[in-house]
Structures are given as C-alpha cells and as structure tokens.
Design a protein around this ligand. Structure first.
Ligand code: PMP
Length: 365
C-alpha cells in the first residue's frame, strides 16, 4: 500500500528530544536538563493561569495587544514591532520557513542551537555549520560561509549549549558584513543572565539596520520561569513583523500563556533575584566542578558545559548523576559527545551535582 509521503526534507530531520523528567526506579529526580529557571513559576503568573480557567471557552486576543504592550513597556520597545509566539521556537521556525526553503542556505555556528538545524532541514534549506573558535561563533567564518543562496544567518547569543557570547561589536561586524537580503536572527533566549558588560541582546541592532534585516528573539521560558506555557517574542522592523503576522496561526499564543507572561513581567524583583542567584551559583557550580578536575567552559547563560574530554567519560558521568536522580543533558546531538550541559538549579541542586561529580572523579577513570 502506498502511504502518504511528506516532503523528503521532513524525513531528513532528527526529532528534537526534550529534557527527560523521569528516571525509571528513581522517585526524587532533579531536572537540570532544559535550562529552566531555578525558582519555579512566578507566583503572580501561577495565579493568572488559574484565573484564566474561567475564560477557557473564549479565544485569546489574536493580536496579543496587552502582552505586546507589557513587553514593550518593560523593554522600552515599540509594541508594533513585537510579535509573540508559542515559544520562541515557533518564531524561529516561522522565520526559517518564511525566508528559507528549497534552494536556499541557512548559515549557523557549528554548535549553535539545535532547532536551527531542525527547522532549516525540514524547510528544505541547505544548513551550513561554520566551525567555531573556542566553542564561540566565528564572525569571519560565518561571513565567509555566506553565499549567493544564503537567506538567513542564525546566531544564539549567548549560545546554547556552549554558553559562549559574542560581544556587541562582533555582532555589529557580522551584520555589517551581510548583504541586505540576508536575514540575521539574533536569538537572545538567555539575555537576562549575561553579566559581561560588552553585550547587546540585539534590539539596538534591529533599529540600526536600515534594510530591516535583523530580528531579535526572546523567551519567557528561562528567567521568567514559564517554559511550560510556551511563550516567546520577536522584535523586528515592520517588513519582518508583517511576514511573521502572515505566517503565524491566528491564535498562536493561548490565553493562559499571555496572562502568565503579563503577570511574570509584573512580578516584583523576580528577574533581579533570579539573575543574582544565577550569577552566584553559575560561578559556584563551575568552580566546584573545576576543583573536581573537570573542564568547564565559561558561560553567560543559566547553564554550564562540563567537558569530560571523551564520550565514554561523559556517558559514565551522566550515569553517575542519574544514579542520584540528577538529570542533565547529554551533548551528542550537538556534536559535543564528551560534554554534559548542566542547568544552574537551586543552591541545593548545584551542590548535589558538585558532590556527585566530585565523587565520580575521585573514583577515577
Ligand atoms: N533559543 C535557544 C538558544 C534556546 O536554548 C531555547 C530553549 N531551549 C530556545 C531558543 C527556545 O525557547 P522557547 O521555545 O522555550 O522560547
């Protein structure tokens, strides 16, 4: 029997495997595999979600007026240039579908965020992965990889899973070196956690690009503690906003997510407390692991990349963590099979990871 067949590019995709939340036989697990916020759901957002239950029969505002106004007020941006999505993943995929496709190329850094490759592949783009320097995107390499068929360059800044950052002048140099018909997507999912002073998430570059070929994407899944609500947003000049509004679903963000987002933005001190915690424990986690003899890459996100030097060592370390109920992310899919990515959790959770990996290292290879 001839079964219906999708476009061939669809079958070229390796499905994205999200963070597990269970280990068979282990009751208490600590999930540090998806870079979720360390403080749980903001209380105001939890209340807003509960309140929305009575409105579940109503379609949400397809124009997301209130949420876009709240985002605009918080970040000092024009709400007319903001589009919200079902997670920033949705917006990234829509941008790739809208600007990429068969016969085009998508350029990304070798260890850039996995969704770019997945969406680029199923959109039919040739995905070009550019080698990095010290696990950091290489602007000269990215520019050299851009050819006449390139339509889109994807950059996560800071990058997941490496944690590396491109300083603002380097990002500006990247944009300046691109043809005006190439869209530069600056994915700033981890922007709030950055402590380096030479960083710009991208909004300024969006405004300063006369061709309107720069987009910044952000998320509520990390510092705002709303990964389960699926809420992200993009900031771009009017032509790109127009394209996103043509291709997105009419009610692509649900009512509970919008209410939760507005409440999370209004939660007093939430971001400040989360960032202060992250800055402290990101350093303590990295120091603890280094003291145990593990290489830890510098990170500007809410996670660290622990490098065990060899895939077998990383697998054994992963097993040692799992034996204690600690779930982190193996990095084979990212081409870093010798590494594990560990989210900065609560202080207690970070301490558990340090102790488990110190014991693992003491036990020897
Ligand atoms: N970009 C990067 C770099 C990420 O790490 C993630 C989350 N894994 C996302 C985008 C997607 O975030 P969300 O869809 O939850 O907004």
């Amino acid at each position: 029997m001839a079964a219906p067949k999708p476009r061939p590019s669809i079958l070229a995709v390796e499905p994205y495997v999200g963070g597990e939340s269970k280990i068979p036989g282990v009751n208490r697990i600590v999930k540090l595999s998806s870079n979720e916020g360390a403080f749980g759901t903001p209380p105001g957002a939890a209340a807003a979600i509960a309140a929305m239950a009575q409105e579940a029969h109503r379609y949400p505002d397809g124009g997301a007026q209130a949420l876009r106004a709240a985002i605009g007020a918080r970040f000092g941006l024009d709400p007319a240039r903001i589009v919200v999505g079902n997670g920033s993943d949705e917006l990234l995929a829509l941008l790739i579908l809208a600007y990429g496709g068969e016969g085009t190329e998508l350029v990304m850094s070798a260890h850039g965020f996995l969704m770019y490759e997945i969406a680029g592949t199923w959109a039919g783009c040739r995905v070009i992965k550019v080698p990095e320097r010290n696990l950091t995107a290489d602007v000269d390499g990215l520019l050299a990889a851009v050819g006449p068929r390139t339509r889109i360059v994807m950059l996560a800044n800071p990058n997941n899973p490496t944690g590396s950052l491109l300083p603002a002048p380097e990002v500006a140099r990247l944009r300046a070196g691109l043809r005006e018909d190439v869209l530069l997507v600056l994915d700033a999912a981890y922007a709030e956690y950055v402590t380096r002073p030479d960083y710009d998430p991208g909004a300024a570059l969006v405004d300063a690009s006369p061709a309107g070929n720069v987009v910044m994407t952000r998320t509520f899944s990390k510092v705002f503690g709303l990964g389960g609500m699926r809420l992200g947003w993009a900031y771009a000049q009017p032509p790109v906003v127009d394209v996103l509004n043509r291709v997105r679903g009419p009610f692509n963000v649900n009512a509970a997510a919008m209410a939760a987002g507005i409440a999370a933005l209004a939660e007093p001190g939430w971001v400040e407390r989360s960032v202060a915690h992250n800055t402290e424990w990101r350093a303590r986690l990295a120091e603890g692991l280094r003291a145990a003899g593990i290489t830890v890459w510098p990170s500007e996100g809410n996670f660290v990349l622990a490098d065990f030097g060899a895939p077998a060592r990383a697998r054994a370390a992963d097993e040692a963590l799992r034996a204690r109920g600690l779930i982190v992310r193996a990095m084979g899919a990212y081409g870093l099979p010798g590494c594990l990515r560990i989210t900065v959790g609560t202080g207690e959770e970070c301490t558990m990871v340090i102790e488990a990996l110190a014991a693992f290292m003491r036990a020897g290879p």
